[in-house]
Write a protein that binds this ligand. Structure first.
Ligand SMILES: Nc1nc2c(ncn2[C@@H]2O[C@H](COP(=O)(O)OP(=O)(O)OP(=O)(O)O)[C@@H](O)[C@H]2O)c(=O)[nH]1
Ligand SMILES: [Mg+2]
Length: 147
């Protein structure tokens, strides 16, 4: 099955994002009566990239699209993982996670991350739901499921 992996440090919001994306997917599928959209792709939650022997290491080899979560401006470790994922052949989307915690909605951090990584960067909050639809659309775009 095609896999989309969720990567990030401990407590960066990986599991919450997985739940938010899944919930959005299921709701959208029921609206469209198109359940295939839910089952075609598997979302993979991983153990923090800052944990030794992280499951992220194994997942990095098999995901087609990787979401790399960033929550603050020290994202050197995330950048190292981005390079690793690139080498493994994954497309990568940078996610400013827990965006509701920033007074500017994560915009400044997103600009910095985009500058450094050169990658598509989106601000998402699993609590308010802000950015979830846009992220889902971007994932589908990277998977070639939409233009
Ligand atoms: N305000 C806010 N809090 C969030 C958001 N997403 C997650 N959290 C909180 O952040 C904490 C960690 O979230 P998790 O989703 O468990 O993070 P994780 O990356 O899966 O954590 P580990 O699996 O332990 O590495 C929890 O207390 C969540 O309630 C968000 O979008 N906004
Ligand atoms: Mg988790």
């Amino acid at each position: 099955m095609r896999q989309v992996g969720i990567f990030g440090k401990r407590k960066s919001g990986k599991s919450a994002l997985m739940y938010a994306l899944t919930k959005h997917k299921v709701n959208a599928a029921f609206r469209a009566m198109e359940i295939s959209g839910v089952t075609r792709v598997m979302l993979v939650d991983t153990v923090g990239v800052d944990v030794e022997d992280s499951t992220a290491e194994k997942s990095a080899q098999s995901v087609e699209v990787a979401l790399m979560l960033i929550t603050d401006d020290s994202f050197e470790l995330e950048m190292a993982w981005i390079n690793k994922l690139r080498k493994a052949g994954s497309s990568i989307i940078v996610v400013i996670s827990q965006a509701d915690k920033f007074s500017d909605g994560g915009k400044a951090l997103a600009a910095a991350a985009k500058e450094v990584s050169g990658l598509k960067t989106l601000c998402v909050s699993s609590v308010t739901g802000a950015g979830v639809v846009e992220l889902d659309e971007e994932i589908e775009k990277q998977l070639g499921m939409r233009n």
